[in-house]
Write a protein that binds this ligand. Structure first.
Ligand code: UDP
Length: 334
């Protein structure tokens, strides 16, 4: 499995760029296809070849796939904001399902044997008090989650009809940053909790708005499973090793929930600074608790998260944001 050739769509984004780094670190050849609409040129490490273009450009996808054998295609490029998908559902379903299905079909035509889909805990909707395993009912709470569910179904048929094996990896809350400091999290606008709390601690924003403290959880704030992005990257490599045998579906998290208040306390401990915050109303669509049961990938692929402590995850994120006050715009190669 070493020194393979991989095509990574969306490899300039947060999770994609960390997966590219993990592939490069073990000596693989990587081509990234990314429109740079939300990704960053500086997030593609120099060892990878970057093709800038849109997945909706069928000719470009065809050209990129043609000619070379691929060990796998890893598909990250997608619209990915739950709130935005509620406001514009058919754009999300149209873009994510349309580009994803055409990519899967192109992979089948070009004889690609292995495909990895960046999927999501948003498949499961709300109402889960216990950790969520792969047998939980798929009941997306948003058009974003629905678009990934539809692609997971399309991949069932790609396997049955064309023998294209797939790993659908449902991330819970991807967080942290490359421990070597090469990569981090940079969204515009930033909507994710950990970078927002860090920026509040560093005085880069007025303070944090906590979306609700009246949830049925021990401290009243929402509970999420924050999993380190480099652990997620390692899970992709682990899943690839099993894909010759059969298609896979794995839930990926730390298996431990942290509340919004616990995240604030962690950032205060790690940064040594207070996080100004105030309580506001709930954000629409937020389930009280989402925690992964990741036993299946642990048992089958030998994967295990290494950065299990919230403080450790927060520390890597804090280090990157402190060194990159403008995100990737602070990188020399940006
Ligand atoms: N959250 C918050 N204030 C913010 C952003 C997020 O209280 O400014 C909460 C949000 O309601 C959720 C948790 O933090 O309970 C994680 O949110 P995030 O957007 O990072 O990830 P999600 O779980 O929505 O994918």
């Amino acid at each position: 499995m070493v020194a393979g050739r991989y095509l990574v769509t969306g490899g300039a984004g947060f999770v994609g760029s960390h997966v590219v780094a993990a592939l490069l670190d073990r000596g693989d050849e990587v081509v990234v296809l990314d429109s740079l609409s939300t990704g960053h040129r500086a997030a593609v490490l120099p060892g990878a070849r970057l093709v800038v273009g849109d997945l909706a450009d069928d000719e470009l996808v065809e050209e990129t796939l043609a000619g070379q054998p691929w060990d796998a295609v890893l598909h990250f490029a997608a619209l990915s904001l739950v709130g935005e998908s509620m406001a514009d559902p058919f754009r999300y379903i149209g873009v994510n399902v349309g580009t994803g299905v055409r990519l899967i079909a192109a992979c089948a035509r070009h004889g690609v044997r292995r495909f990895v889909l960046s999927s999501t805990a948003a498949l499961f909707g709300g109402g889960h008090s216990a950790p969520i395993d792969e047998d939980a009912a798929c009941d997306p709470g948003s058009p974003y989650g629905e678009s990934k569910a539809m692609l997971e179904r399309a991949l069932v048929w790609a396997d049955r009809v064309y023998g294209l094996r797939s790993a659908c990896l449902r991330y819970f809350n991807a967080a942290g940053a490359d421990p070597a400091g090469r990569l981090g999290e940079d969204h515009t606008p930033e909507t994710h909790l950990i970078p927002l709390v860090i920026d509040a601690a560093l005085g880069r924003r007025a303070g944090l708005t906590v979306f609700g403290d009246d949830y049925p959880t021990p401290d009243g704030t929402c509970i999420r499973d924050y999993v380190h992005v480099s652990d997620l990257a390692a899970a992709h490599l682990a899943a690839l090793t099993l894909l010759d045998r059969r298609s896979l579906r794995y839930n990926l998290g730390n298996g431990r929930g942290s509340s919004v208040r616990e995240v604030i306390a962690s950032v205060e401990r790690v940064s040594g600074r207070k996080v100004p915050h105030h309580i506001a109303g709930r954000r629409s669509g937020d389930p009280p608790s989402l925690v992964a049961a990741s036993g299946r990938i642990i048992a089958e692929a030998g994967w295990r998260p290494r950065h299990t402590a919230l403080d450790d995850i927060v520390r890597t994120a804090l280090d990157w944001r402190a060194a990159h006050p403008q995100g990737y715009r602070s990188s020399p190669s940006a």
